[in-house]
Design a protein around this ligand. Sequence first.
Ligand SMILES: [Zn+2]
Ligand SMILES: [Zn+2]
Length: 340
Amino acid sequence: MTAETNPRSWLYPTPRGLYCEPGDFYVDPAVAVNRAVITHGHGDHARPGHRSALATPETLAIMRARFQDMPDTAQQPLKYGESVKIGDVEVSLVPAGHILGSAQVVLGHEGQRVVVSGDYKRRPDATCPAFEPVPCDVFITEATFALPVFHHPSDAGEIGKLLRSLETFPERTHLVGVYALGKCQRVIKLLRAAGYDKRIWIHGALASLCTLYQQHGVDLGDIALVSDAILETFKGAIVLCPPSAIADRWSRRFHEPIPAMASGWMGVRARARQRGAELPLIISDHADWSELCQTLKDVGAPKVWVTHGREEALVHMARSLGIEAEALHLAGREEEEGES
Ligand SMILES: [Zn+2]
Ligand SMILES: [Zn+2]
């Protein structure tokens, strides 16, 4: 790869976000733009107001649910594995294994291939297809949990903690704080996979995205709204709610609730305490340190650009593997802890 053909000359960060010049579009821009390509529906990646947004049909459905008016003309669905030419760039979307609809954006230009992976994880998730490594010249990776101390335990083991607590305290309501998009539905699927087939109660703020997941073929079993309950004591029930609702008036209706929280950050004791989580469940939708390292090996890119998170450690690790690595500072990627 010569200096003139370094992808950095046609794909680079701007104050609005990562800009692809020969296609005249942004990937996950921080502000409304003419043409955007969106990796997934989380708020720091999918913003309202783009004149045209290209994304998987699932991500567009999530955006429609979250943003009031999104005209049809602004939506450009592209299924996994299909490709489209935008300007002088071949664009395709490949599963990222993060949440429903999440995709890596594969960009081809002048014989070079760049993969913008968005957020991703490598372990199985029953709510979305698994991450697919795509060989490329440049791999752009997130770094949310990019420190060797971050090792996410098995999801089944964490869900087991919740189920054991229910056995130990069969009268108490188990109140689990979950982010509405992705984490909520994943926790429900993990409970089902562990054999829990009772009704799972949800806070109203989680309802519309659960319905959307069900409409996309994710079977959540028997779920019901707390607000629809009649003569229900919630004794020994599992109730999912947004993290903020745990400390809210809303939670007073429950019987001696045990506050739990499902997030990748629950491995950090101070964060669990700050959230008031008596039962921290380390369930993450992001790659941990070993998944990040494995992914760099799997994609085999000679160059890696590292975004949002702890860039330094991953840059260092990549260099030790002989990869040319640098941090890419992107606008608008604040840490949204609940999504993690
Ligand atoms: Zn995300
Ligand atoms: Zn993110």
